[in-house]
Write a protein that binds this ligand. Structure first.
Ligand SMILES: Nc1ncnc2c1ncn2[C@@H]1O[C@H](COP(=O)(O)OP(=O)(O)O)[C@@H](O)[C@H]1O
Ligand SMILES: [Mg+2]
Length: 249
């Protein structure tokens, strides 16, 4: 059963804030090892959906299944050890701790939670420091890093959790086209090397979506507009009308 089940399944998930429907009956499936993108304009409900998957919010209606198990009502601290890791729209490393220590924290609270010592967590951290190319910053406080390096620290911390699913909120925010291309190549590489499924949420950067994702879900006003291959989505009349407004580059 578990093997046949998708990695993540959302079934008619709805979340309201007062009278506002932030997420409106969204159903979608994500498979093991997949690169999936969620796009939609500001306010479409993307971050709220991430908060539901990671356990920050419990939906008002609907269900969330992870490897076939109902995890709808589990809090963050019970979801992370199952293999759900995330990065945040605004990176928030522990500024006083070193890059290496920040990443080690991921190892201690992820799927290896309770199974690794501090020394082992530090060794795991070293591997991810190397993977994201932050060797020269290893022993510096994370608070002093550039925004891009803070983001890389976050990604490394999330990967050190050894997640099966990595949620990346605004993965490419504030990046120039070269940084975006590098990040896309990097995410494809870690998907292969770490065997992790990635849901990357991207606001307006079509360049990133086209290069990155096999499938994409387009959200608009809390609802799912389409969930299909990236190529199909980009030629979908409703998507072009409502969201893109113009053909992608
Ligand atoms: N904690 C909250 N309380 C009240 N309204 C919220 C909260 N979080 C998000 N919203 C509202 O829900 C809608 C979706 O927001 P969000 O999920 O952040 O969208 P996105 O990430 O796609 O920009 C917006 O209208 C936003 O103002
Ligand atoms: Mg958001």
């Amino acid at each position: 059963m578990t093997d046949l089940a998708p990695l993540l399944r959302l079934e008619n998930v709805t979340k309201r804030f007062g009278g506002l429907v932030a997420v409106d009956e969204v159903s979608v499936e994500i498979h093991h090892g997949e690169l999936f993108a969620i796009v939609g304009p500001n306010g479409a409900g993307k971050t709220t959906l991430f908060n539901i998957i990671s356990g920050v919010f419990i939906p008002d209606e609907g269900h969330v299944y992870f490897e076939g198990e109902d995890i709808t009502r589990l809090p963050v601290y019970k979801k992370a050890p199952l293999g759900i890791g995330r990065t945040f729209q605004i990176p928030r490393p522990f500024g006083g701790a070193t890059v290496r220590e920040n990443i080690a924290i991921g190892a201690m609270f992820g799927t290896l939670s309770g199974k690794v010592s501090v020394d082992e967590a530090m060794e795991i951290a070293d591997r991810y420091v190397d993977l994201v190319g932050l060797q020269e910053h290893r022993d510096k406080p994370a608070g002093g890093l550039t925004p891009v390096d803070k983001r890389l620290t976050e990604i490394a911390r999330a990967l050190a959790m050894k997640p099966k699913l990595l949620l990346m909120d605004e993965a490419m925010a504030g990046m120039n086209p070269r940084d975006i291309d590098e990040m896309v190549a990097f995410l494809k590489r870690i998907k292969e090397e770490e065997g992790v499924a990635i849901i990357a949420m991207v606001e307006h950067i079509m360049r990133a979506v086209v290069g990155l994702a096999e499938r994409v879900m387009v959200m608009h006003q809390g609802a799912k507009l389409v969930d299909t291959t990236t190529k199909e989505a980009l030629s979908h009349p409703e998507v072009i009308d409502v969201y893109l407004g113009k053909a992608p580059e």
